[in-house]
Design a protein around this ligand. Structure first.
Ligand code: XMP
Length: 511
C-alpha cells in the first residue's frame, strides 16, 4: 500500500479498532498508529485525513496523552472522537471540564447546522456516548453543529470545515448512522474514494510479495487453521514453487483433519510437506498431566520438528507468518501488559539460527478480513468458517495423560458432536464447540450390564473474539442427539455432560 488514505491515532480507547473496521467496511483503507507516532512516519503514509480516537485519560491530567503537535499543522482534515475532540478543543484554545453528568449509553443527537459530515443521516438520531469530560467553551473559529441533552457541544467544526470533533462514538454499533458519518468524513471531507476491497488487497499483496522475494525461497508453517492457510495460498499465488510449506502433524488434530488439509492444498497445487511427528509428540507427552507442562513440551517439540525439516531446504531467505492486525495493535497499544493465564502456542518463537526476513501479509487485516481473503483466494468455505482450534490441539482437551486411547475417544466424540451440530444448523451459531475427555469414570448401565467408563464434556460457547465468552444456550434436543450418539457409538464413554461456565471465570479450553 503506497499510501494510507486515513490514519487513526490510537489514544487507548477500547473502540479504536472499530473505527478502522467501519471505514474498511465502507471501502476505505486505513491504519491505526499509536497516539505518539512520529510525524515523519505519519507523513510517510501520505494520508488524506486523520482521526484522533477516544481514550481513557483526561486532557487536563498531568500525564495526558498528546500527539506530536505537528499533526495539527499538516493541513489535513481531522476528525476527533471523544478524547480526540477534547484534545482538539484544548489545542485550539477552548476549555474542557469534567462533566456533572457522566454520559454513558444512548443519547439523542440534534443538528444545529447541516454539514457534509452528517449527509444522508436523519435529525434527530440515536448516538452512543461514553465520557466523563466535556467541552465547556469552544475555541475561537469553531462552531457547534450538534447537541444532545447532556452535551451542548456534541459535535463541532472549525470555520474552514476541515476539522471536526464528536463527543459521541460513531464507530460503535449503537450509533445508528455512525458508519455513514465516518464514511462522510473520508469521502466528502478528505476526498477518499471507497475503492478498497479484499480483491484489490490480494492483488496488491501478491505484487508486493513478488517484488520482495524475487527468486528466493520462503518458508511457511501450515497448521490447518485459517490464517496460515491463507498466507500459504497467497504466497503460492505469488511465487509458486519457491514456497516451502511445512505442515507438522503432531497427532493432536481432530479426526480426518490431516487429510483435509492435505487435500485442500493439493487442489491448490501447493507442494505441502507433511511431517508426521505424532509418535515423537506422544512419546514426549507420556506421563505428563500438568497443563502448562503439556503446552511447553508441545511448543518445544513443534519448533524442533519444524526446524529439522526446514534445515533440509537450502537457500531459504524468508519466513512467512500469519500475524494478524489485532496482534500488531495489541503490541503497540497504549494499554498495559496483561497477565499470562495460559502460555498460548503458535508458530511464533523460532530459534535464532532462523535468521530470516519476515513476510507477514496479514499484518494489516482483521480476522474476518483474513477469512474474506481466503474465500477470494478460493479456499473452501467449510475451512474458512471452521471454529478456532488451539495450537496444542487435543492434548489440552484430554484431562490427564495424553494416550492413543484417550485421543481416539476424544476424536470420535468430537467428530460426532460436530456432525450433529452441523445437521441441526447450529455450527455457525456458536463461536466454538468441542469435546473434552474428563479424567472421570462413572457407573452406568447399558442393556443389562453395568459399565464403568469415561465421561465426555461438551463445551459450546458464544463469543466475539475469545476474550470473553458465555456458554451457548443450545436446544436440549441437540444436546440429547449428541449425548445419545456419543454413548452409543463411542465405546468407552458412558456419560456426557454439558459445560455451563462462562469466561470469565472459566477459560474456554479446559487446560
Ligand atoms: P482460552 O482457553 O484461553 O481460549 O479461553 C481462548 C481461545 O484461544 C484458543 N486457544 C489457543 N489458540 N494456541 C492457539 O492458537 C493456544 O495455545 C491456545 N489456547 C487456547 C481457544 O481454543 C479459544 O478459542
Amino acid at each position: 500500500m503506497d499510501s494510507v488514505p486515513i490514519v487513526v491515532l490510537d489514544f487507548g480507547s477500547q473502540y479504536t479498532q472499530l473505527i478502522a473496521r467501519r471505514l474498511r467496511e465502507s471501502g476505505i483503507y486505513c491504519e491505526i498508529v499509536p497516539y505518539n507516532e512520529k510525524i515523519e512516519n505519519i507523513k510517510a503514509k501520505n494520508p488524506k485525513g486523520l482521526i484522533l480516537s477516544g481514550g481513557p485519560a483526561s486532557v487536563y491530567d498531568k500525564d495526558a496523552y498528546h500527539p506530536d503537535s505537528e499533526v495539527f499543522e499538516l493541513g489535513l482534515p481531522i476528525l476527533g472522537i471523544c478524547y480526540g475532540m477534547q484534545l482538539i478543543t484544548q489545542h485550539f484554545g477552548g476549555v474542557v471540564i469534567p462533566s456533572d453528568h457522566h454520559e454513558y449509553g444512548k443519547a439523542e443527537l440534534h443538528y444545529t447546522e447541516s454539514c457534509d459530515l452528517f449527509s444522508d443521516t436523519p435529525d434527530p438520531q440515536i448516538v452512543w456516548m461514553s465520557h466523563a469530560d466535556r467541552v465547556d467553551m469552544l475555541p475561537d473559529d469553531f462552531e457547534k453543529i450538534a447537541y444532545s441533552d447532556n452535551s451542548p457541544y456534541a459535535a463541532i467544526r472549525n470555520s474552514e470545515g476541515s476539522i471536526y470533533a464528536l463527543q459521541f462514538h460513531p464507530e460503535v454499533y449503537h450509533t445508528e448512522y455512525g458508519a455513514t458519518i465516518l464514511k462522510n468524513f473520508a469521502n466528502k471531507i478528505c476526498g477518499c474514494e471507497s475503492s478498497w476491497d479484499m480483491g484489490s488487497f490480494a492483488k496488491e499483496q501478491i505484487e508486493k510479495i513478488r517484488a520482495k522475494v524475487g527468486d528466493k525461497k520462503v518458508l511457511c508453517g501450515v497448521s490447518g487453521g485459517v490464517d496460515s492457510s491463507v498466507v500459504a495460498t497467497l504466497l503460492h499465488e505469488a511465487i509458486g514453487d519457491q514456497l516451502v510449506a511445512i505442515f507438522v502433524d503432531h497427532g493432536l488434530l481432530r479426526a480426518n483433519e490431516v487429510e483435509q488439509v492435505q487435500k485442500m492444498f493439493e487442489s491448490h497445487h501447493v507442494n505441502l510437506i507433511t511431517v508426521d511427528a505424532s509418535e515423537t509428540f506422544l512419546e514426549r507427552l507420556k506421563g505428563v498431566t500438568d497443563p502448562e507442562e503439556k503446552r511447553k513440551i508441545i511448543g518445544e517439540t513443534f519448533i524442533e520438528v519444524f526446524e529439522n525439516e526446514a534445515k533440509k531446504h537450502q537457500d531459504i531467505s524468508f519466513l512467512a507468518q500469519g500475524t494478524l492486525y489485532t496482534d500488531v495493535i495489541e503490541s503497540v497499544s497504549v494499554k498495559g501488559p496483561s497477565k499470562t493465564i495460559k502460555s498460548h502456542h503458535n508458530v511464533g518463537g523460532l530459534p535464532d539460527w532462523m535468521n530470516f526476513e519476515l513476510i507477514e501479509p496479514l499484518r494489516e487485516v482483521f480476522k474476518d478480513e483474513a477469512r474474506k481473503l481466503g474465500l477470494e483466494l478460493g479456499l473452501p468455505e467449510e475451512m474458512i468458517k471452521r471454529h478456532p482450534f488451539p495450537g496444542p490441539g487435543l492434548a489440552i482437551r484430554i484431562m490427564g495423560e495424553v494416550t492413543k486411547d484417550a485421543l481416539e475417544l476424544v476424536k470420535k466424540s468430537d467428530a460426532i458432536m460436530i456432525e450433529e451440530l452441523k445437521s441441526y444448523g447450529y455450527y455457525d451459531k456458536v463461536w466454538q464447540a468441542f469435546c473434552v475427555l474428563l479424567n472421570v469414570h462413572s457407573v452406568g448401565v447399558m442393556g443389562d450390564n453395568r459399565t464403568y467408563d469415561n465421561t465426555i464434556c461438551v463445551r459450546m460457547v458464544e463469543s466475539v473474539d475469545g476474550m470473553t465468552a458465555t456458554f451457548a444456550k443450545v436446544p436440549h434436543e441437540l444436546l440429547n442427539n449428541i449425548s445419545n450418539r456419543i454413548i452409543n457409538e463411542v465405546e468407552g464413554i458412558n456419560r456426557v455432560v454439558y459445560d455451563i461456565t462462562s469466561k470469565p471465570p472459566g477459560t474456554i479450553e479446559w487446560e
